[in-house]
Write a protein that binds this ligand. Structure first.
Ligand SMILES: Nc1ncnc2c1ncn2[C@@H]1O[C@H](COP(=O)(O)OP(=O)(O)OP(=O)(O)O)[C@@H](O)[C@H]1O
Ligand SMILES: [Mg+2]
Length: 444
């Protein structure tokens, strides 16, 4: 017993040394980023009390009597300062904060820039954790600023239900749920990556026979690389665009009437897809080209406006009801205000994405009012060449709006993928007709 009494205080005395030597070993073993993370972690821990006071992240304990001393002199029980625990996290650190009094998530969100400055880190994001706690993600290496490539493969597995857009600032995947989706609206200033996003979507879906594409290219030449893998394709010609939208709308009507007989369910997404009923993706790049009426009094203007109204009517129905029959519309335009995409169509798109935008109004048009509550993901902050290829989006499993770096698909890789998967291209209306035909009429 006497020995134990001697040993226990000895162990307690040795504990800090043990911790120090474990930390030292970890430091020596770490790579450059790992060491920077460890140094930053120590700094955050040791300066926390001072940082919290400077950033206003404390509350004077009204229950304790006030004295004449300065804030730094006040004892811990007279000032409520949130406790923190610091651990290495993806591309930086994760700081777990135990909230106190009235100091909570909102205060940390408001002070995120001040904390980032105090800690000299690129970026910091506060998010809720289990009750009474919140998490600060501290990023030392900003993955958004590092351009990446997506090298497609014709044999890659395809997930129709999820689209991994790329990575967030912390280097972790950012995904959106594409199941049960009939509309994807994309906005963003010229040259920030909208058409490249179509290439990315194409590259993730083209290897599957369960997907067919119809492509309308308002610039006439940007999507032509992909046409070998599209059952319908056109450039900026309004009549041809009208024809393609009519074809996809006719597919909607055919499928609506046949879904019970062929899929034996009410919704495309309620079971596994089949090749006779592929997910059909209609892409309209530079969508404003086809969706706004002209005020001109030229002889052809009336005819043109009739076609535009027709396209708008069909798209409206596809975006509202195409989900259950496996039709997805992707509309891209620079500034998705009401003049570019009628609001009835835009606001029914379940997924909204925005690259850089110049004005608050354009960002709201692209993403909705809520974007103002997430300043760190605001498209106005993306106006920097380093953020070409970065979108703001409501992503799965991340609170509020997040930013994602989209990996770039080169033209050469896109052309090669379209060529190597061209044999999968089929007209979904024909596939449906074949599935509905009596067995003895189907050619061997
Ligand atoms: N994800 C990305 N990663 C790296 N670079 C990119 C990315 N997306 C686009 N870029 C670069 O930006 C250029 C312009 O992109 P893109 O043509 O997609 O812009 P856009 O938004 O469609 O422009 P516009 O509105 O004029 O059609 C590309 O040629 C490429 O060099
Ligand atoms: Mg473009």
């Amino acid at each position: 017993m006497a020995d134990l009494a001697f040993v226990v205080p000895g162990v307690i005395a040795a504990a800090p040394m043990l911790v120090t030597s474990v930390s030292a070993v970890r430091y020596v073993r770490a790579d450059r980023l790992g060491r920077a993370v460890l140094r930053k972690g120590w700094r955050i821990r040791f300066t926390w009390r001072r940082t919290a006071l400077r950033c206003g992240l404390y509350q004077a304990d009204q229950a304790a009597p006030a004295g004449g001393e300065t804030l730094m002199m006040r004892s811990r029980d007279r000032l409520l300062i949130p406790r923190i625990a610091v651990a290495p996290g993806p591309n930086g650190l994760t700081v777990s904060v135990k909230t106190v009094g009235q100091v909570g998530l909102e205060d940390f969100e408001r002070s995120a820039d001040d904390l980032a400055n105090a800690w000299r880190v690129r970026y910091l994001e506060a998010s809720p954790a289990r009750p009474g706690y919140l998490t600060l993600r501290v990023v030392l290496r900003d993955a958004l600023r590092q351009r990446t490539l997506f090298v497609p493969s014709p044999d890659a597995p395809v997930d129709l239900r999820t689209w991994v857009l790329g990575v967030g600032r912390d280097g972790q995947p950012v995904k959106v749920r594409t199941a049960e989706v009939s509309g994807i609206a994309v906005g963003g200033l010229s040259g920030y990556g909208k058409t490249s996003l179509v290439y990315h979507r194409f590259a993730t879906l083209a290897p599957s026979p369960l997907v067919q594409f119809a492509l309308i290219d308002g610039k006439d030449f940007e999507l032509s690389d992909l046409k070998a893998r599209a059952y319908l394709h056109c450039g900026d010609d309004l009549d041809r665009a009208h024809h393609i939208v009519s074809q996809v709308h006719a597919l909607y009507t055919d499928r609506k009437n046949a879904i019970r007989a062929v899929l034996r369910r009410r919704s495309f997404w309620a079971g596994d897809p089949i090749e006779a009923w592929p997910l059909t993706v209609l892409v309209i790049d530079e969508a404003h080209t086809f969706l706004h009426e002209t005020k001109s009094t030229d002889p052809g203007a009336k005819d043109r406006n009739n076609r535009v109204r027709d396209i708008v009517g069909m798209l409206d129905e596809l975006v509202r009801k195409g989900r259950t029959v496996g039709i997805q519309v992707m509309l891209l335009t620079q500034k998705p205000t009401g003049e570019a995409i009628p609001t009835t169509i835009r606001d029914n798109c379940q997924i909204a994405l925005s690259f850089a935008q110049r004005s608050k109004e354009a960002a709201i048009a692209a993403l909705g009012d809520d974007i103002n509550d997430y300043p760190h993901a605001h498209p106005r902050r993306l106006q920097d060449p380093a953020y070409v290829g970065v979108v703001s989006v409501l992503a799965e499993g991340r609170p509020g709006y997040s930013l994602a770096r989209i990996p770039y698909v080169t033209d050469r890789d896109a052309i090669a993928l379209a060529a190597s998967t061209a044999h999968l291209t089929a007209d979904p209306r024909r596939l449906l007709a074949a599935a509905l035909a009596p067995a003895d009429t189907i050619p061997a």
